[in-house]
Structure formats: structure tokens, C-alpha cells
Ligand binder design. Structure first.
Ligand SMILES: Cc1cc2nc3c(=O)[nH]c(=O)nc-3n(C[C@H](O)[C@H](O)[C@H](O)COP(=O)(O)O)c2cc1C
Length: 194
């Protein structure tokens, strides 16, 4: 099911604005957070901008390691996406369990950086931080470069998303606010006007 996506095609995984789950690991402690705000900004090398608020534990981990993964969740994972976006991994005092353990989630190691990638998602990108301290501080926007990309071939076929009536559980989540998501239940082919 999981297959590599060539880096020149990696931007297609986030081109349509899916909510992602950012995963990080620092000193053996893993973390996850939801992020609705991400977008591709460059094809080659593939680069993505993602907004990560100053209050998040994810940001602390990212600043420490310079690495994050973008996991793309599907319809089946709406509850867990909302949950990891509503609870911080950095409570005070620090919770004994990370969000993976607390919610019974499993991870596998990314092929390039060994980052914890979330099982059950439909695409995974490992990324390295591009240091832009001024932009990070002013706008909470982090630019990252994709170094590995994978997708589930039941829904990402020949380098493109294939959202169909026979794979509704694998459609991406698009956050409308307050835990309400839209899914791309219909696609259409645009045609050139004469
Ligand atoms: C659907 C959804 C989308 C979110 N999108 C973003 C986002 O784009 N950027 C951001 O900084 N926080 C976003 N959040 C909030 C973080 O996920 C939330 O603050 C999270 O608890 C941070 O976890 P952490 O402190 O363990 O890193 C979103 C939350 C939800 C539920």
C-alpha cells in the first residue's frame, strides 16, 4: 500500500490544502500536532511552508532538531486529527505518556531521517527545516525541504490523488474550523475554454 513518491511530485501531496499532522521527535520523546495551514512554495527542491504557533511543543522540538514530518490523515482519522490538535504534548508537568502512547497510535521510521511517521495516514513527508529566524519569529511560518515522500497507492495513483466513490474512507481532511472537516467527495476535470 505504501509506496515512494518521487520528490518532484511531492508538492502534489499538499497542493489541495489537506490538514496535516506534524510529527517530531527530540531526545526520544515523540510528538504530534494538527496543522491546517501548510502549502507548497517550491517544486525543485520541494519546499513547503507550514505555520506552527509559538505556544506549541512541536515548535520547541522543531527548533531543537531542525526536522519534522508531515503525515496526511484521512477521513477515518478525523477524531484523532482533532484530538492531537487540541491537546499539547507539553503540559505542565510534562505528561508521562506522549500522544502516540496516550491514544494508542503506532509509528514507523521514516526512510531518510528516521522520524516517527503515523500509521493509518495516506501520505508521509520527511522534511528538514530551512532556518529563516526572522520569518519564523514574525509570522510563525516555517519553511521546510522535503527529503522523502511516500503515499498509499489505494488513493495516490500515478503521481496524483485519486479520490473516488470506492475509497471514501481514504479522502483527505480539510479543516473548516472547530473540528469540522470537509472531504473531497467529488473531483472534476477542468477543460480549456475555446
Ligand atoms: C484541525 C486543526 C488544525 C490546526 N492547525 C494549526 C496550524 O496550522 N498551525 C498551528 O500552529 N496550530 C494549529 N492547530 C493547533 C495545534 O494543533 C494545537 O495547538 C496542538 O495542541 C499543539 O500541540 P503540541 O503543543 O503538542 O505541539 C490546529 C488544530 C486543529 C484541531
Amino acid at each position: 500500500m505504501r509506496h515512494p513518491v518521487s520528490l518532484p511530485h511531492a508538492s502534489r501531496l499538499v497542493n489541495h490544502g489537506p490538514t496535516v499532522i506534524v510529527s517530531t521527535v527530540h531526545e526520544g520523546r515523540r510528538n504530534l500536532m494538527a496543522a491546517a495551514w501548510s502549502m507548497p512554495v517550491e517544486f525543485t527542491p520541494p519546499r513547503i511552508a507550514v505555520v506552527i504557533d509559538k505556544s506549541t511543543y512541536t515548535r520547541e522540538q522543531l527548533r531543537a532538531t531542525g526536522q519534522l514530518a508531515l503525515n496526511i490523515p484521512c477521513r477515518l482519522q478525523a477524531d484523532l486529527t482533532f484530538t492531537v490538535g487540541s491537546v499539547s504534548g507539553r503540559a505542565d508537568p510534562m505528561p508521562t505518556q506522549d500522544k502516540f502512547s496516550r491514544y494508542g497510535l503506532t509509528s514507523f521510521a521514516g526512510p531518510e531521517l528516521g522520524l516517527p511517521l503515523l500509521e493509518g495516514c495516506i501520505a508521509w513527508l520527511e522534511c528538514k527545516l530551512i532556518e529563516e529566524a526572522h520569518i519564523q519569529d514574525a509570522y510563525d511560518t516555517f519553511f521546510v525541504e522535503v527529503v522523502s515522500a511516500q503515499a498509499d497507492d489505494r488513493v495516490f495513483v500515478n503521481g496524483r490523488w485519486s479520490f473516488r466513490a470506492d475509497n471514501p474512507d481514504l479522502h483527505t481532511l480539510h479543516h473548516l474550523g472547530a473540528g469540522v472537516f470537509a472531504v473531497p467527495s467529488e473531483t472534476l476535470q477542468g477543460k480549456l475554454l475555446d
